[in-house]
Write a protein that binds this ligand. Structure first.
Ligand code: DQA
Length: 137
């Protein structure tokens, strides 16, 4: 089973960025933990700060992979293009957020991704990604 985790803008700063909200661990280190935990899966990780690159990657994998775990970060709340590509592909997308966006500012309560997503997992810290993987198994 081939699953890709796609992270959007500023998630390359995990470990340094607002640790009270996002924790103190880098995503690379957490991704290593996930790979050891799910050795039977083909797990991939991609991150970009650029909206069009995220759309290109989703188009590239969205007709052949078994699952996409997407944390579009700030673009979740702004991007019609990302919302559209999630609807355009065949591969199911699980939307993930580290923080509980509904406990935060009003602008974070809107998601352009959710209408096209298979499901949404948020608020469990980095563990949200593991729960998303398990949802595909
Ligand atoms: C986030 C929540 C978003 O509102 C924010 O812009 C992020 C991270 C999360 O994982 O909690 O960058 O997607």
């Amino acid at each position: 089973m081939k699953i890709i985790i796609i992270n959007g803008p500023n998630l390359n700063l995990l470990g340094k960025r607002e640790p009270a909200i996002y924790g103190g661990k880098t995503f690379e280190s957490y991704f290593g933990d996930l790979q050891s935990k799910f050795e039977d899966l083909e797990l991939e990780y991609y991150q970009s700060n650029i909206e069009g690159e995220l759309i290109d990657k989703i188009q590239e994998v969205g007709f052949t992979y078994d699952g996409i775990i997407l944390n579009a970060a700030a673009y979740t709340h702004t991007s019609v293009g990302l919302g559209d590509v999630v609807k355009a592909i065949n591969t199911p997308v699980v939307e993930v957020h580290i923080s509980n966006t509904h406990q935060r500012e009003d602008f974070r309560h809107v998601s352009y991704i959710s209408p096209g997503a298979k499901g949404v997992i948020l608020g469990f810290g980095l563990q949200s990604y593991e729960l998303a993987i398990r949802s595909f198994l």
